[in-house]
Design a protein around this ligand. Structure first.
Ligand code: GLU
Length: 317
């Protein structure tokens, strides 16, 4: 028997959710709910320097206003808490310990400047691929370097191709050494890396379907590797096209791009915002006011474009 679909909202509270975040949240909700599934709300306040309580509260409020409900986490509690990544460091450490026990983790003392050297090859997400400089350090060399610098911890990736089928973008594959290289599990300041936190949280919380912007498509092979190494079932992945500002720019929480409260201050109702998002997702022929519930019978991944979608100027007025 196939189990119930478990989707999730996983906002990083570094700013207001912008229209692109709301767009992928709507699609995550529709995708899970159209399969009779449920949703977990997890606050990804992993990085203390970039996370603000007020934005975490606002994110919940925005999703609630739009009618994007959840059944677990986000103030409701549940069996897999805590649901704030900032409170889960012991858990991440236990997961890191497991990877260390597999002999796959090594300390890396390279500086930012070394990592971003002009000669470094870059992955498709623009991050430099690690040259492996610290992979072969002897215990003596590590001890010596530790005296002056605390290391980041990296996962040594196998010479393996990871393949998967994205529910929206179809078959994908990545050869790990050239697609991402040895990647960071814990930063030198002790903060756990997104890849480790998101994977182990999804695994431990029983998430079966991950829906998010396609900017994270190239992270998925790394995450599949971690799911496998740590013995978690690999969820389904569905990436969404990105919404672009009318001038073609990527939306960013940092730029104060259009958020729900900004649009509502201009007189739009939450249902009108849902209608515009649904129109951009190809689910409605016209941008009419609608609730997520009313969209359920209209939802299908086939209708959603694969190309990124430029938001028309008039949608922001
Ligand atoms: N927390 C990430 C964000 O807000 C999303 C992570 C994910 O969906 O895997 O962009």
């Amino acid at each position: 028997m196939v189990g119930q679909t478990v989707g999730r909202f996983a906002p990083t509270p570094s700013g207001h959710l912008h229209l692109g975040n709301l767009f992928s949240s709507l699609l995550a909700w529709l995708s899970a709910k159209s399969q009779g599934g449920r949703i977990i709300f997890r606050c990804e306040d992993l990085d203390p320097d970039r996370s603000y309580r007020e934005f975490a509260v606002q994110a919940q409020h925005d999703l609630e206003l739009l009618g994007l409900t959840w059944e677990e986490g986000g103030g409701l509690g549940g069996p897999h808490g805590p649901y704030d990544q900032g409170s889960r460091f012991h858990f991440y450490q236990s997961q890191l310990d497991k990877l260390e026990a597999l002999g796959l983790v090594y300390p890396c003392f390279c500086s930012r400047a070394q990592l971003h050297a002009a000669s470094a090859p870059h992955a498709s997400d623009g991050e430099p691929i690690y040259a492996g400089t610290c992979r072969g350090l002897s215990p003596q060399q590590v001890a010596e370097k530790r005296k002056t610098r605390s290391p980041a911890l990296r996962l040594q990736v196998p010479e393996e191709v990871i393949s998967f089928t994205d529910l929206h973008y179809g078959p994908q594959e990545q050869f790990l050494p050239t697609g991402c290289g040895d990647f960071i599990l814990r930063r030198s300041d002790g903060v756990f890396a997104y890849q480790l936190a998101v994977t182990t949280d999804d695994g431990a919380m029983g998430v079966t379907q991950v829906v998010r912007g396609r900017d994270l498509l190239s992270s998925t092979p790394r995450q599949i590797l971690l799911f496998r190494l740590l013995g978690y079932p690999v969820p389904q992945f569905a990436h969404t096209p990105l919404l672009l500002a009318p001038d073609g720019r990527r939306l960013s929480k940092r730029d104060g791009d259009q958020c729900l409260s900004g649009l509502m201050a201009k007189g739009l109702s939450p249902q009108q915002v849902v209608g515009r998002l649904a129109f951009l997702a190809g689910l409605l022929p016209r941008p009419e006011a609608v609730t997520p519930q009313e969209l359920l019978p209209l939802f299908s991944w086939e209708k959603v474009p694969r190309e990124d979608v430029v938001i028309p100027w008039e949608f922001l007025e």
